[in-house]
Design a binder for this molecule. Structure first.
Ligand code: PLP
Length: 224
């Protein structure tokens, strides 16, 4: 398998940025990528880097710093929250009261406000993280009462299918939840991010209302 070159990375990012409608942000999903490759994506125009692992993010962050925004898109373990709060500008994967409270506590210690998304298990898959659709409002009401958190929207993965059309109902459902949440006018919430769609499904996600897509393979090539 031939590796994607830095020039190809820059080129793909430029193409994607031309293709995305205005109002849709592109997150480079950078798990397992070297800082060198992430830098090439930034040269192509990436403004937001998504990371799944706090330790990997720390390594990349040392090299890259605050010239981009850092978005956490993995499953966040409680014992990694302190470090995560130092690095990330947004945590996309809040899916429990305990996690929300831990982020609040660690943010309070460093006087930081953290924008967060609720991760929705839109496919109701038992092995997946995220809250079930009917639990979104309950968690939203918890988050708005935590002073260091700012509820900013929803994120979903959806079931991973070969055919992106099969993801459409899950994106549509998440969009509906997003609209219902907005109608509640929750004090302190600023619901402007709907994060859904990956390399194979981002076009469908955008059609269903995504405001940010998280793309890895398409930019960096297949992970090893
Ligand atoms: C890896 C990952 C992506 C990107 O997936 P690709 O199929 O490589 O584009 C997006 N979101 C999350 C949460 C991921 O872990």
């Amino acid at each position: 398998m031939s590796e994607v070159t830095l020039e190809q990375i820059r080129k793909t990012v430029r193409q994607l940025l031309r293709e995305l409608p205005s109002g849709v942000d592109l997150v480079a999903a950078a798990k397992q990528q070297t800082p060198e490759k992430i830098l090439a994506a930034i040269e192509g125009g990436i403004k937001i880097v998504g990371e799944n692992y706090v330790q990997e993010a720390a390594t990349a962050f040392q090299v890259i710093g605050r010239r981009v925004q850092w978005s956490f898109i993995g499953h966040l373990q409680k014992n990694k929250v302190k470090k995560a709060v130092e690095i990330f500008d947004l945590i996309e994967t809040v899916d429990s009261l305990e996690l929300a409270e831990e982020i609040n506590k660690r943010c309070a210690a460093v006087s930081k406000t953290m924008p967060v998304l609720i991760e929705v298990n839109s496919g109701r898959e038992p092995q997946k993280f995220g809250v079930l659709p009917e639990k979104v409002e309950e968690l939203a009401r918890v988050i708005i009462n935590l002073p260091q958190l700012k509820l900013s929207g929803l994120m979903t993965m959806g079931p991973l299918e070969g055919n992106p059309e099969e993801a459409r109902p899950y994106f549509r459902l998440t969009r509906q939840l997003f609209e219902e949440l907005k109608k509640l006018n929750l004090p302190g919430a600023e619901l402007n991010i709907l994060s859904m769609g990956m390399s194979n499904s981002y076009r469908v996600a955008i059609e269903e209302g995504a405001t940010r897509v998280r793309i890895g393979t398409r930019i960096f090539g297949p992970r090893l």
